[in-house]
Design a protein around this ligand. Structure first.
Ligand SMILES: NC(=O)C1=CN([C@@H]2O[C@H](COP(=O)(O)OP(=O)(O)OC[C@H]3O[C@@H](n4cnc5c(N)ncnc54)[C@H](O)[C@@H]3O)[C@@H](O)[C@H]2O)C=CC1
Ligand SMILES: O=C([O-])CC(=O)C(=O)O
Length: 333
C-alpha cells in the first residue's frame, strides 16, 4: 500500500501532476489537498480505472491532517507562480509561509514521508521545510528533495535540438547541478551523453537557455503563470522514481534533486571537493533507494567554464538558503 499526497492539487501543476500520479500503478491511495476545489479535482480523477483510490480534502474538518496522515510521499506544488518581470525570489513573501505551514503538518502527520518540494523559490523553500522538520525533531535529509527535474528535462530537450536530433531527446542525459533559479542552475554540458560537438559560444547560449527556461514560459504565458504541464511531467517522473527506488527497484536513469548534503556524507565529500564548503544544499545526481537518498553520486569532470558557473551558483545560493533559515528562526512554531 502506497499513499501519495499532493498539496496544492487544484493548481496549474497540481491537477496534471495528480493525473499523472493516478496513472502509476505503484500508488494505491492518492490524497489531493488544496485550499480550493480539491474535492472537484479528486472526483474527476477518481473515475479513472487505475488502482489508486482518490480523495480530495479542503482545510475544513482537519483536511490537511487527513490528507497527510500516513503518507509515504508528499509532493508540494502549493503557492503562487511568477508573472512576467518577477524573479522566483519575489515569490518568497507569500510562498514561505505556505510551505512552512505545510511542513508543520508533515512533521505532525507524516514525519517519515518522502517530501518533494516544487513551490518556489526552491532554493529557499527546501531549507524552510528542513528547518521546520529539525525544530520538530523529525528531519531526515535522505527524505527531503527540492524538485529540479524540470531543469534536466529542459537540458535534454534543448541539447538534443542543438545536436540536430530532436526526436532522440530521451537519450540525451545532461547533469544539471546547483539550485533552481537563474545562475544557480548549472548544466554540465561537457558531460552530455551522447556528447555534442558545438562551439563554446553555442554552449554558452544553451547554458543560458537552460538557466532561464522558466522565463521563456512565463513570458509566453503573458501573465497567466509559469510552467505547469512540463513541471507536472517532471514532478511525476521524479516522484515515481522515488517510489520505484523505495520499492527496491534498481533505477535505469540517474535522477537529481536539491538536497541537504548531509544526506550522504561520503558522497558529499567528493561534491564539496568540486564546489567548496560554502553551501549545505545543492542539486546533485543521486542514487535513490528504499530510504530515499542512498548515495550522492560524483559530479564527474567539470571544465573551467563550468567551474566558473558553479562559483556564481554557490555565491547566490548562500543568500537564498540563509533567507529560508532566518524565516523559520523568526517564526513561532
Ligand atoms: N520546482 C520547479 O521546477 C517549478 C516550480 N514551480 C512553482 O510551483 C508553484 C505552483 O505553481 P502553479 O501550480 O503554476 O500555481 P497555481 O497558482 O496554478 O497553483 C497553486 C495552487 O496552490 C494552492 N494553494 C495556495 N495556498 C495553499 C495552501 N496553503 N495549501 C495548499 N494549497 C495552497 C492554490 O489554491 C492553487 O491551487 C509556484 O510556486 C511555482 O513557482 C513552477 C514550475 C516549476
Ligand atoms: O520559472 C518559474 O517561475 C517556474 C519554474 O520554476 C520553472 O519553470 O522552472
Amino acid at each position: 500500500m502506497v499513499k501519495a499526497t499532493v498539496i496544492g492539487a487544484a493548481g496549474g501543476i497540481g491537477q496534471p501532476l495528480s493525473l499523472l500520479l493516478k496513472q502509476s500503478t505503484l500508488i494505491t491511495d492518492l490524497a489531493l489537498y488544496d485550499v480550493v476545489n480539491a474535492p472537484g479535482v479528486a472526483a474527476d480523477i477518481s473515475h479513472i480505472n487505475t488502482p489508486a483510490v482518490v480523495n480530495g480534502y479542503l482545510p475544513k474538518d482537519d483536511g490537511l491532517a487527513k490528507a497527510l496522515k500516513n503518507a509515504d510521499i508528499v509532493v508540494i506544488p502549493a503557492g503562487v507562480p511568477r508573472k512576467p518581470g518577477m524573479t522566483r525570489d519575489d515569490l518568497f513573501n507569500i510562498n514561505a509561509g505556505i510551505v512552512r505551514d505545510i511542513a508543520v503538518g508533515i512533521a505532525e502527520h507524516s514525519p517519515k514521508a518522502f517530501v518533494l518540494v516544487i513551490s518556489n523559490p526552491v532554493n529557499s523553500t527546501v531549507p524552510i521545510v528542513a528547518e521546520v522538520l529539525k525544530k520538530k525533531g523529525v528531519f531526515d535529509p535522505k527524505r527531503l528533495f527540492g524538485v529540479t527535474t524540470l531543469d534536466i528535462v529542459r537540458a535534454s530537450t534543448f541539447i538534443s535540438e542543438a545536436a540536430g536530433k530532436p526526436t532522440e531527446s530521451l537519450k540525451y542525459k545532461i547533469p544539471v547541478i546547483g539550485g533552481h533559479s537563474g545562475v544557480t542552475i548549472v548544466p554540465l554540458i561537457s558531460q552530455s551523453q551522447p556528447s555534442i560537438d558545438v562551439s563554446q559560444e553555442k554552449i554558452e547560449q544553451l547554458t543560458n537557455r537552460i538557466q532561464f527556461g522558466g522565463d521563456e514560459v512565463v513570458k509566453a504565458k503573458d501573465g497567466a503563470g509559469s510552467a505547469t504541464l512540463s513541471m507536472a511531467y517532471a514532478g511525476a517522473r521524479f516522484a515515481i522514481a522515488v517510489l520505484e527506488a523505495a520499492s527496491g527497484k534498481k533505477l535505469e536513469t540517474t535522477e537529481q534533486a536539491y538536497v541537504h548534503l548531509s544526506a550522504d556524507s561520503n558522497g558529499a565529500k567528493e561534491v564539496t571537493s568540486v564546489i567548496g564548503n560554502d553551501t549545505p544544499y545543492f542539486s546533485v545526481p543521486l542514487e535513490l533507494g528504499p530510504n530515499g537518498v542512498e548515495k550522492i553520486l560524483p559530479l564527474g569532470k567539470v571544465n573551467e567554464y563550468e567551474q566558473g558557473l558553479i562559483k556564481k551558483a554557490v555565491a547566490d545560493l548562500g543568500g537564498n538558503i540563509s533567507k529560508g533559515v532566518a524565516f523559520i528562526e523568526s517564526s513561532k512554531l
